[in-house]
Write a protein that binds this ligand. Sequence first.
Ligand code: NAD
Ligand code: ZN
Length: 350
Amino acid sequence: MKALVYHGPGQKSWDEVPDPTIRQPTDVIVKMDATTICGTDLHILKGDVPAVTPGRILGHEGVGTITEIGDAVTTLAVGDQVILACVSACGKCAYCKQGVSSHCQADEGQSGIGWIFGHLIDGTQAEYVRVPFAENSVYKLPESMTPEQGVICSDVLPTGHEIGVQYGHVKAGDVVAVIGAGPVGLGAMITSHLYGPSRVIAIDLDENRVAEASKFGATDGIVASDPEWKEKVMAMTDGLGVDVAIEAVGVPQTWQMCVDIVRPAGTIANMGVHGKSVELPLQDLWISNIDISMGLVNANTVGTLVKMVASRQLDPDPFISHRFKLDEIMDAYEVFGNAAETKALKVVLT
Ligand code: NAD
Ligand code: ZN
């Protein structure tokens, strides 16, 4: 089969590789119907995630049709069209039971952050994918949903929801600022409305993304290069600062922006993959009673989010800006990687 293989920082190619096979009775093999590219793939390609080693197939979002099932799989069948959660996990170990399935303790090659970062198991930017612990890691695509809507439920919506909104403890009436209006930040904006915030402020360097954010529930937008960006946030919050600042970029400047605008007793929820350390002004944060949270997506809420998309409480359609055939993936990376010029949000490959 063909797959997009990572060959070390800055290097990837669309290669002929062996087809995946069932290795564990809990596996399924899926023929991909739709996949996409994530900001994390760009981080991996920059070398920000050294745990991902050369030779790995990239990608952790997708919808596909099951072509083979392991002997222990009883709730899925060949022919089922399924959404692949960006984390595959056993569901039974101590970490899975505690809700942190991104740290699933199952054997190497089966689970854990491997799925999302592609360093333990091969990813979804391929014609076929082996999904370990399939019964716990895929969700049947509801009839009312298209594969491209399903792809948005793999990572964008669960990361925004779990690591931005849930870790940020967004509650009714809150003022939420999301720094970074890429797909993951937009995922936090759209899912924050499940909890009734009074205001959702989108902040990004890219004017187009700030403008687009209104389609995802942003009530206000600020271009990050505006020298008065912080004053504008303060004016929107009666000088208090925001209840929840969600970081959705992964650079030191945006972490600092969160520190600058969060109000005393507010929360900073960091979603971005930073690749290197950022300064943590503990004294300032301590004296302001700031709650800080961060982490890898666990994909525990994929099933819930799929139901909400199926019942039209969440609309993933505005995420999709470009469509390609899977074998045009090198072009798709060019488009996604130059979003300021191409106005790309999510590029879907079918
Ligand atoms: P993206 O690259 O599409 O979007 C990032 C956005 O940040 C862009 O719109 C860009 O214009 C904006 N930006 C860059 N520098 C900025 C600055 N100084 N000020 C304001 N805005 C700035 O990425 P994405 O796919 O939306 O992902 C966002 C982040 O979330 C990435 O770091 C990604 O790796 C991370 N991520 C984390 C998890 C997790 O498990 N925690 C899962 C998926 C993605
Ligand atoms: Zn586990």
